[in-house]
Design a binder for this molecule. Structure first.
Ligand code: PAF
Length: 281
């Protein structure tokens, strides 16, 4: 596996691949890699000649400076994990100035309104920051296919819109949520949980499974009441739970027959903000 620490050598590598008409699969990350990331490269390996990873903790998508500061940075370990996965041909680890040569500014995007729902409302500027870094990475990596985890389902939808609004010819693939045995969705933030908190956090997945059982059986207000009750506890705080139309990501308060729905949840366990979601069957 090749490791590139600067834009110049990386773009020479990419241009050579493009000249040879290689099909490139790409999954960007912010590091602190876990099995969920590896599942992205597994998916990419099946349909591309070359699989590329990137590691860059993107400052413009953090609305909370403490969250940025505390974000785990485990670069040596990450390189080791990518290497031993045997799935990745190259990893790009750019410096801030490789991504933001003109200063660390967020672009402003119109994603048709989905950027204002849920995480967009809870984290002002977050999706503009994600759009800015992913657009720049797409321009530098020039992938044919790009892979994003469904854990950040709203992000996945935003990226689908991003390639539309920027006219980039890249196919976006969503990859199913990878879970711990307990059901807890894998996330780089899980590293910041104690063993006890980790164990307790499995209630998030268990609750989503209950919601799936209650889907179309009891009303949404009643489902929300039950979820609220589950989180009447001292060791974690429910930030939001809602059921949204899977396409518009707008919260709904009743089910129509011909729409798909997904439940979304955010829970704060100590200072760690955990997000999860589930398609309702
Ligand atoms: O999902 C992430 O890790 C990040 O939001 C991404 C897509 C790598 C952009 O920084």
């Amino acid at each position: 596996m090749q490791v590139f620490y600067d834009r110049q050598s990386f773009s020479e590598y990419i241009n050579a691949l493009k000249e040879q008409n290689k099909k490139i699969g790409f999954a960007p990350t912010m590091g602190a890699l876990h099995a969920g990331h590896i599942s992205l490269y597994n998916a990419a390996r099946k349909e591309n000649d070359i699989v590329i990873s990137s590691i860059f903790v993107n400052p413009t998508q953090f609305n909370n400076p403490e969250d940025l500061e505390k974000y785990p940075r485990t670069i040596e370990d990450d390189i080791q994990k990518l290497e031993s996965s045997n799935l990745v041909d190259a990893v790009y680890i750019p410096k801030v100035e490789d991504i933001y040569p003109n200063g660390m500014e967020r672009k402003h995007y119109d994603f048709g309104g989905i950027e204002n729902e849920m995480e967009g409302a809870a984290r002002p500027g977050h999706f503009d920051g994600v759009g800015t870094v992913v657009e720049e990475l797409f321009l530098q990596v020039k992938p044919d296919n790009a892979y994003f985890g469904e854990k950040d389902f709203q992000q996945l939808k935003i990226i689908e819109k991003l390639v539309d609004v920027t006219d980039l010819d890249i196919k976006i693939h969503g990859v199913k949520i990878h879970r711990e045995e307990s059901g807890l969705a894998m996330s780089s933030r899980n590293m910041r949980l104690s063993e006890k908190e980790k164990e307790a956090s499995s209630v998030i997945y268990k609750t989503l499974k209950k919601v799936d059982e209650w889907f179309r059986v009891i009303s949404i207000p009643e489902i929300k009441k039950r979820v609220d009750e589950v989180f009447h506890r001292d060791d974690m705080e429910l930030e939001y739970f809602l059921i949204a139309d899977e396409n518009t990501l707008k919260e709904v308060d009743f089910f129509s027959t011909d729409h798909s729905y997904r439940a979304f949840i955010v829970v704060n366990v100590g200072k760690v903000r955990l997000i999860d979601n589930m398609h309702l069957n």
